[in-house]
Design a protein around this ligand. Structure first.
Ligand SMILES: C/C(=C\CNc1ncnc2c1ncn2[C@@H]1O[C@H](COP(=O)(O)O)[C@@H](O)[C@H]1O)CO
Length: 274
C-alpha cells in the first residue's frame, strides 16, 4: 500500500490540506507528514523497507511505524503466493551462480549440463530466474523435461525471468524469496559466482551448521573457483577455532555435474533410511 493508497491529504478522512496553502501536508493513516521526498525511480521495496529513519524526528518515526505495520501484510501475501506457487514441487535442487556469465562461455555450458543432469535424475531445478548461471541451469532443466523454476527478485534495474523458466515468481522481499529457495529444495548446488552466490552459499551453510535444515548437501561446482575459499576457511577459520573440522565437511567441492548428482542422491537415500 503506497502513501497514495492512504489517500487523505491534510486531515484524516479529508482529501484536501486543512490549510490550502500548505500543499505539502498529507496524512499516512492518522499520521501527518509535512515533508515529501521526490520519488526515486531506482528505489526497491527492500531498500525502502531497510532504509534508516531518524527516530528522533517524531513525524518520520510515526510514518515509519505506520508503513511497517502495513508492510507486514504485503510480506505475508508474498509468502502466501510463494507457498501456493511451490506447493506441488516434489524433489528439487536449488542452483545458485553468477548472474554475469555469458552464453557460450565454459561456465554457462557447465550450468546447462548441471540443470540437465539434475533433471535427468528426477529433480526439479530452482534458480533465481535471472541471467547467467541461472539461465543456464534453467535451460538445462527445461531441455531435460523437468520442472524449471525461477524465483526472481526486484532490483534497482529492470528484471526479466529468463526464457527457460516454466514456473516463475517475482519477489519484492529478499528474505521471502530466500525462504522459498530453502523450503522447497533438498540440496543446493553453487556454480561459480560472486557476492550474491556467496551470500546464498553462506546462508545455506549456516542453516545446515545450526541444524535448521538436515541432510541437506551443499555442493560447490568448480574446484578452481572455490578452492581458495575452502583453503581460507581451513587455514584461518579452522586454525582460529572459529569453525570445527566437521563444519568443513558440510561443503562438497566437485568439478562435474554428475558428481553433484551422486552426492545429492546419496543424501536422498540417507533420508529414506531414517
Ligand atoms: C547483475 C545482473 C543481473 C541481476 N539479476 C538477477 N536476477 C535474479 N537473481 C539474481 C540476479 N543477480 C543476482 N541474483 C541472485 O544472486 C546470485 C548471483 O549473484 P552474483 O553476485 O552474480 O554471484 C544468483 O544465484 C541469484 O539468486 C547481470 O545483468
Amino acid at each position: 500500500m503506497s502513501s497514495a493508497d492512504h489517500g487523505p491529504v491534510g486531515e484524516p478522512g479529508r482529501h484536501r490540506a486543512a490549510d490550502p496553502t500548505d500543499a505539502e501536508t498529507r496524512y499516512v493513516g492518522p499520521v501527518r507528514v509535512r515533508r515529501e521526498q521526490p520519488p526515486d525511480t531506482r528505489q526497491t521495496t527492500d531498500r525502502r523497507f531497510l532504509e534508516w529513519v531518524d527516530p528522533r524526528d517524531n513525524t518520520l518515526r510515526a510514518e515509519r511505524t505506520m508503513r511497517d505495520s502495513w508492510r507486514v501484510l504485503r510480506i505475508q501475501s508474498e509468502f502466501v503466493a510463494g507457498f501456493d506457487a511451490m506447493s506441488e514441487v516434489a524433489e528439487a535442487v536449488t542452483v545458485f551462480g553468477s548472474s554475469r556469465i555469458i552464453p557460450g562461455s565454459e561456465e554457462f555450458e557447465l550450468g546447462i549440463r548441471l540443470g540437465w543432469a539434475l533433471g535427468e535424475a528426477g529433480y526439479a531445478v530452482i534458480t533465481g530466474g535471472g541471467p547467467g548461471a541461472m539461465e543456464a541451469a534453467n535451460r538445462g532443466a527445461w531441455e531435460s523435461g523437468t520442472k524449471s523454476i525461477g524465483l526472481n527478485i526486484e532490483l534497482p534495474f529492470e528484471q526479466h525471468l529468463n526464457e527457460w523458466v516454466d514456473t516463475g515468481m517475482h519477489f519484492r522481499y529478499f528474505f521471502v524469496r530466500k525462504t522459498m529457495f530453502v523450503k522447497y529444495a533438498q540440496a543446493f548446488v553453487c556454480l561459480p559466482g560472486g557476492f550474491g552466490t556467496l551470500d546464498e552459499m553462506f546462508e545455506a551453510l549456516t542453516l545446515v551448521q545450526t541444524k535448521k535444515v538436515v541432510r541437506f548437501p551443499i555442493v560447490l561446482i568448480g574446484r578452481n573457483h572455490w578452492s581458495g575459499l575452502i583453503d581460507w576457511m581451513r587455514d584461518v577459520l579452522l586454525a582460529k577455532r572459529m569453525i570445527s573440522a566437521d563444519d568443513l565437511d558440510l561443503l562438497h567441492v566437485v568439478d562435474e555435474p554428475s558428481e553433484a548428482v551422486e552426492i545429492i542422491a546419496a543424501a536422498r537415500a540417507g533420508r529414506a533410511d531414517r
